[in-house]
Write a protein that binds this ligand. Structure first.
Ligand code: PLP
Length: 377
C-alpha cells in the first residue's frame, strides 16, 4: 500500500525506550536541554503573536534573521551573506533538505558510526546508501582519514560530520577539520557538517567546517542553543548557488519556517547571547559528576565528552546494549542503547546529563547497583 521508502526506515530506538518506561522512571534518555528559553525570547514570542506576526514569511526566512546568522559566520568566511543562509524548521529539516538536495538514488554517503540517528535513514529515503565510517573510542571518537580513503568509491557523494558529536561527545580539532576538508576536495565530496552543539564545548575549541568555498553545508539549530527544541527553528549555511537549490526543496517541504519563532530568536540573538554559556555552567558541573560516577562502576568506563551533553560509557558485561538498557529500564532508569547509533555503539550506553543533579544521582545509583550485580555474576 505505501511507498517502498517507508519500509527503509524505522522509528528511532530512542523513542522506543520512552514508550516502554515505567511511571516515575529517571529519564537520562533526553536529547534536549532541561532549561526554558531565555526570558527575553519568551517575551518576544508573545509580542510577535500579539502584534500580527502570524502569517507566512519568505521561504528562506526573515531577511533580518538571515543577516544576523550570516554575521556569525563572517569571521569564518568574510564573504558570508544572507544569500548563504536558509532558516529551517530545526536541524532535522535542515538535514532532510540537504539530503534531498544532494543525494541521488544509487549515491553513497559517508556517515559516522556511532552517529546521530537521522543521517543513515535520510540517505535511504533518497534512495542512497549510507556507508558508515568508524568513530572508535580508541581514537577519541574521531574520524580516521585512512579509513575514509578506503570507503570512497566513484558513487560517494557526501561526507556527514558532526562535531561536537551526539552520541560520543567527540570534538573534531581544527587540524583534522582542515584535513577532512582537503579530503572532501580531493574526492569531490560535499561535506554536510552538523554543528548543532557548537555552543556546548567543555574541552578544546570548536572548529566550524564553514570557510566559504563550494563544498560545505552547515546544519545548525536554535533548539539546543536557546533550549527551544519544541519551537522547531534552525538554519543551513551553504554556498550561494547551492543555498538557492536547498531553498527550493525547503519550500516544497515547509513553505516557510515559523514567523513568530523567527522574530523571537532575532531578539534572543541580540539580547540573550549569553544563554548557552549560562546553561553550560550547569552542564559542566553535571559532566564532572556523571563521568566520575561512571568510571567508578565496575565494568564501565567513560571518556569525558568534549562537547554536547551526553556521556557515552562503554561496558564489558556479558550483555548487549539493548539488554542492559532494558534491565535498567525495569529498575527505573531510561537510557539509550548505544547501538541505536550504529553497530559500533554496541557495547555502550548513551546517558544524557540534560537532567537535574538529583535525577542524575538517582539514575547513577541505579546504574551502579546494576553494575555491582553484573560484576558479581
Ligand atoms: C546531532 C544532532 N543533529 C541534529 C539534531 C536535530 O535537532 P533539531 O531538529 O531540534 O534542530 C539533533 C537533535 O537531537 C542532534 O542531536
Amino acid at each position: 500500500m505505501v511507498a517502498q521508502r517507508v519500509h527503509e526506515v524505522e522509528i528511532s530506538g530512542i523513542r522506543k525506550m520512552f514508550e516502554a518506561a515505567p511511571p516515575g522512571a529517571v529519564n537520562l534518555g533526553l536529547g534536549e536541554p532541561d532549561f526554558e528559553p531565555p526570558a527575553e525570547v519568551l517575551r518576544a514570542l508573545g509580542q510577535a503573536v500579539l502584534h500580527g506576526m502570524n502569517h507566512y514569511g519568505p521561504s528562506a526566512g526573515l531577511p533580518a534573521l538571515r543577516d544576523r546568522v550570516a554575521e556569525r559566520y563572517a569571521d569564518r568566511a568574510p564573504a558570508t551573506t544572507r544569500e548563504n543562509v536558509i532558516i529551517t524548521s530545526g536541524g532535522s529539516e535542515g538535514l532532510m533538505t540537504a539530503a534531498l538536495t544532494l543525494y541521488d538514488p544509487g549515491d553513497e554517503v559517508l556517515v559516522p558510526n556511532p552517529g546521530f540517528v537521522l543521517y543513515g535513514p535520510h540517505a535511504r529515503l533518497c534512495g542512497a546508501t549510507p556507508v558508515p565510517y568508524a568513530l572508535s573510542e580508541r581514537r577519541g571518537f574521531l574520524p580516521d582519514l585512512a579509513q575514509l580513503e578506503t570507503l570512497v568509491t566513484e558513487r560517494t557523494r557526501a561526507l556527514v560530520v558532526n562535531s561536537p558529536s551526539n552520541p560520543t561527545g567527540g570534538l573534531i580539532p581544527r587540524p583534522l577539520v582542515d584535513r577532512l576538508l582537503e579530503f572532501a576536495e580531493s574526492r569531490n565530496l560535499t561535506v554536510i557538517s552538523d554543528e548543532v552543539y557548537e555552543e556546548m564545548v567543555y574541552e578544546g575549541k570548536f572548529a566550524s567546517f564553514w570557510r566559504g568555498g563550494d563544498r560545505v553545508v552547515v546544519v545548525h539549530s536554535f533548539s539546543k542553543m536557546f533550549a527551544m527544541t519544541g519551537w522547531r527553528l534552525g538554519f543551513l549555511v551553504a554556498p550561494r548557488a547551492l543555498a538557492a537549490d536547498l531553498n527550493k526543496i525547503h519550500y516544497h517541504m515547509m513553505a516557510c519556517p515559523s514567523t513568530p519563532a523567527q522574530a523571537a530568536v532575532l531578539v534572543g540573538l541580540a539580547e540573550a547571547s549569553d544563554a548557552p554559556a549560562r546553561m553550560m555552567r550547569e552542564f559542566r558541573a553535571r559532566r564532572r559528576l556523571i563521568v566520575q560516577a561512571l568510571n567508578a562502576i565496575p565494568g564501565m568506563h567513560c571518556v569525558p565528552p568534549a562537547g554536547a551533553f551526553y556521556a557515552f560509557p562503554g561496558f564489558d558485561w556479558e550483555a548487549t546494549a539493548s539488554e542492559v538498557a532494558l534491565a535498567l529500564l525495569g529498575r527505573g532508569l531510561i537510557s539509550t542503547p548505544g547501538d541505536a547509533f550504529g553497530s559500533l555503539g554496541a557495547r555502550h550506553l548513551r546517558l544524557s546529563f540534560a537532567a537535574s543533579r538529583p535525577d542524575l544521582k538517582r539514575g547513577l545509583a541505579i546504574l551502579a547497583a546494576y553494575g555491582a550485580e553484573m560484576a558479581s555474576r
